[in-house]
Design a protein around this ligand. Structure first.
Ligand SMILES: C[S@@+](CC[C@H](N)C(=O)[O-])C[C@H]1O[C@@H](n2cnc3c(N)ncnc32)[C@H](O)[C@@H]1O
Length: 250
């Protein structure tokens, strides 16, 4: 077989070297396994589903087939949220997927509880050591947490329904709209997350949600009416909008 990096490059993989490294490491010298993994990758199946792991904020996280693969752009929110936490603090990770964000937040020593409607995602998050429960946003959380959480964070679905068709060609060959569809303006789940966060956060607590485009502006009235102040739009080093942060007014 030709060199794996060249082979992947020739098939259009932009991060061929990294991918080849991960595939080889997973195959651990088993040529037959390597060849079957490369076959799967050529179909567009996510690399993390094939190797079983992805690196997020410098930590390797288990990702089972069918579970959303955490993206590098969410690391900004994770690092910002992590800086707010420490032992004795309590955080909620909404729409946890494989639990990557929750794992990073828990590394602070804080208690982190996570939710997701997708059972396979919750099982994967639990396998990553996350205290995760199945259900819609805040619904499965114990009522005793209401008014006492220090930080609510989430990478919830936020792609406007009309833009789902613009996602990468292979996306819906393997994934479902459940992870992406944010309703007509992309903000349907974000709005519900804001309303629920106002109920679960302690006064002065922090809300951090990943979003994009003009969604932070669309959500300003919702944040204000739920009692949030100090609204900050989070941008990456290229100036692209990646999230919103706000404080529940004391
Ligand atoms: C974009 S993925 C993000 C997953 C994870 N936070 C990450 O960054 O890797 C969105 C997740 O939201 C979950 N989800 C969709 N609607 C939900 C809802 N109403 N309540 C809880 N989870 C939901 C999906 O199952 C999916 O795991």
């Amino acid at each position: 077989m030709e060199d794996l990096v060249e082979f992947l490059e020739r098939h259009g993989f932009v991060a061929a070297e990294e991918e080849a490294g991960e595939l080889r490491a997973r195959a651990a010298g088993d040529a037959e396994l390597l060849s079957s993994m490369v076959e799967r990758r050529l179909t567009g199946e996510p690399l993390a589903w094939i190797t079983g792991t992805v690196e997020f904020c410098g930590t390797w996280i288990r990702v089972d087939p069918g579970v959303y693969v955490p993206r590098w752009q969410s690391e900004l929110l994770a690092e910002r949220a992590l800086a707010r936490l420490g032992p004795g603090r309590v955080a909620v990770d909404l729409c946890t997927g494989c639990g990557a964000l929750a794992v990073i937040l828990a590394s602070s020593g804080a208690r982190v509880v996570a939710t997701d409607v997708h059972e396979a995602s919750v099982a994967c998050a639990r396998a990553n050591g996350v205290d995760a429960v199945v259900g819609d946003l805040f619904a499965p959380l114990p009522r005793s947490l209401a008014g006492s959480v220090d930080l609510v964070a989430g990478v919830v679905p936020y792609v406007p329904t009309s833009e789902l068709s613009l996602l990468q060609r292979d996306t819906f060959t393997f994934e479902t709209e459940l992870a992406y569809d944010g309703g007509p303006d992309g903000c349907a789940i974000l709005r519900r997350a804001i309303a629920g966060a106002a109920e679960f956060l302690a006064p002065g607590g922090t809300l951090m949600l990943e979003l994009g485009g003009d969604e932070a502006e669309l959500l300003r009235p919702d944040l204000a009416s739920s009692g949030f102040a100090d609204v900050a739009v989070l941008r990456d080093e290229d100036g692209d909008v990646r999230g919103v942060e706000a404080t529940l007014a004391p």
